[in-house]
Design a binder for this molecule. Structure first.
Ligand SMILES: *[C@@H]1O[C@H](CO)[C@@H](O)[C@H](O)[C@H]1NC(C)=O
Ligand SMILES: *[C@@H]1O[C@H](CO)[C@@H](O)[C@H](O)[C@H]1NC(C)=O
Ligand SMILES: *[C@@H]1O[C@H](CO)[C@@H](O)[C@H](O)[C@H]1NC(C)=O
Length: 514
């Protein structure tokens, strides 16, 4: 009894402890930093000590936060790989996943050989209770969990897909689970075959780069493991040893699919609980817009200089004829603005979308922008530019809260038609509101779930009870190929035996006749 009480007190005490958490988000890109900063915010607010490996160490100093600068990763991408000349000569094609994976491996190698990161890796006094790493086409970073002897938590920035699910469970069945780059429904034979082909390509991608990943892993973590006096487990064991995967996904924006117990969808955790107020001038503009506001932002990728003048002028003229107010996020001053068009160089996107007069969002369709659209229930016109934006927007169109318009010479006319359609038809807005309800109607807020599951993993020393049995079962056993082999062997043996007996009888009959 006393022992039980003691145990209980120890448990409660443990809850009060701050955990040391290593957060590895080294991809040089704005949206990856926003996702990383979401983790920092929730974990620090919950009282934990966070060490955050980031190329954008831009957070204000906080007592429980230490930022490890890997901004050198930015130079790498600009100088070396996303070299325009190489892109134009088609030596590098970022739509090609093999090239993309190569780029991610370069980042991984640069991150774990970065002197700032090395200092932590080599210092035997550094200890962590859990490590959270963003998965993006490489498993190298899983080595931190082996190095520090603590549970591994994956963070996946997209809808759950083959390449992350086989790390904690198994590849989803291709017959009814379209790949993220295959947004069409699997309705007919050829679509199913195409989806299976994509799955095989994924496997090839993993296998073909595994030896390179392994050497980066061993050369990167090996020396530090020696200095710390620990044995580094092999990559192929550690990468399949994740305790948990926190996914930037939710069924409101993605698809309903079979998920293992240790996958937790926390889409929207990057959006704070209280949205900051709009600046005064924007507040007035939006309050005054009796016919609603159309918010137009192409993110930071599309630079204004690169838009042909003809299209800029055409857009301005077209916006000028609308009865709605247009807020255009653009880093350039334009002259002769129509009265209902306002250009802002900096836009607090969440606060704008949160305003009840916000009527329509024209966006490039990054996952974070679409998440914010659903969070605030605003319908979307999607103008995809690159990467996952095409499939994100196709999904949103399929869900019924978006229209897709491609960037070409008819852009102005097509956007005008899309605005007219969406003004006339309330279906888009209704659907956005329905999805927004589904998105918000959860047991707990995504931030609370994030903190809960990270703590759960630490408290249960890696949450082995959540581990999917599928991860330890080889391929041939899952498909019962061993049973099939036995059945085939038995049938073949029987056939041979029967044939021999028959032959013997025939021979005996022949002998009798003779
Ligand atoms: C990893 O980085 C180190 C140090 O910059 C370099 O010496 C090594 O060749 C790189 N390894 C690979 C596989 O790129
Ligand atoms: C796998 O994870 C568990 C729980 O964190 C840990 O105890 C074990 O040592 C890990 N195994 C390897 C090979 O990393
Ligand atoms: C908003 O409307 C008020 C009252 O009609 C007017 O005084 C003010 O100038 C308007 N503000 C803007 C930014 O349009």
């Amino acid at each position: 009894m006393i022992l039980l009480k003691l145990l209980f007190i120890m448990e409660t005490l443990q809850f009060c402890f701050a955990y040391k958490i290593l957060l590895v988000f080294p991809i040089p890109g704005g949206s990856h930093a926003i996702l990383g900063e979401g983790y920092v915010r929730h974990l620090v607010e919950a009282g934990h000590e966070v060490t955050y490996i980031t190329p954008l160490p831009r957070l204000k100093a906080m007592p429980n936060l230490r930022q490890i600068d890997v901004s050198a990763n930015f130079e790498l991408s600009l100088l070396d790989i996303i070299n325009v000349e190489k892109l134009m000569k088609k030596e590098v094609d970022l739509k090609n996943l093999f090239h993309f994976k190569e780029l991610m491996l370069t980042f991984a190698n640069a991150t774990i050989t970065n002197p700032n990161v090395r200092k932590i890796m080599d210092d035997p006094k550094e200890k962590f209770d859990a490590v959270i790493v963003e998965w993006l086409y490489t498993e190298v970073y899983s080595g931190f969990s082996s190095l520090f002897g603590c549970p591994l938590i994956w963070s996946s920035s997209m809808d759950p897909h083959t390449m992350v699910l086989w790390l904690i469970d198994e590849a989803p069945n291709a017959a009814y689970t379209p790949d993220i780059i295959c947004p069409e429904n699997l309705l007919n034979f050829w679509q199913r075959v195409k989806n299976l082909w994509i799955l095989l390509q994924r496997m090839l991608l993993l296998w073909s780069k595994l030896s390179k990943e392994t050497s980066i892993y061993n050369e990167g973590f090996g020396p530090s493991a020696d200095k710390r006096g620990v044995k580094l487990s092999p990559l192929t064991e550690v990468m399949y040893n994740g305790s948990l995967m926190l996914g930037n996904s939710h069924v409101s924006l993605g698809q309903a699919m079979t998920l293992p117990q240790n996958y937790k969808p926390i889409l929207g955790y990057h959006i704070p609980e209280t949205i900051p107020d709009l600046p005064k001038n924007l507040q007035q503009i939006m309050d005054n817009a009796t016919h609603g506001v159309i918010y137009f932002s192409m993110g930071s990728m599309l630079k204004s200089k690169t838009i042909p003048l003809e299209i800029k002028k055409g857009l301005l003229a077209m916006f000028g004829e609308l009865k709605q107010t247009v807020l255009w996020k653009f880093e350039e001053e334009l002259s002769d603005l129509p009265k209902n068009v306002h250009i802002v160089q900096w836009a607090p996107q969440q606060s704008i979308l949160a305003h009840s007069n916000c009527f329509l969002f024209i966006t490039h369709g990054g996952l974070l922008s679409l998440t914010e659209a659903i969070h605030f229930g605003v319908p979307v016109i999607g103008v995809p530019m690159f990467a996952d934006q095409f499939s994100n927007i196709d999904r949103a169109v399929g869900k019924g809260f978006a229209k897709r318009v491609d960037l070409d010479w008819d852009f102005v006319t097509n956007v005008k038609n899309a605005i007219d359609d969406m003004t006339a038809d309330s279906r888009y807005r209704d659907t956005a509101n329905e999805l927004s309800f589904i998105y918000h109607n959860r047991v707990a807020s995504p931030g609370a779930e994030l903190v809960h599951w990270v703590e759960h993993v630490v408290l249960t020393r890696g949450a082995p009870h959540l581990r999917s049995p599928a991860i330890d079962v080889p391929f041939y056993q899952k498909l019962y190929l061993d049973l099939a082999a036995i059945i085939v062997a038995v049938i073949v043996t029987l056939m041979i035996v029967v044939q021999r007996i028959r032959r013997k009888k025939v021979n005996q009959r022949k002998q009798k006749k003779n």
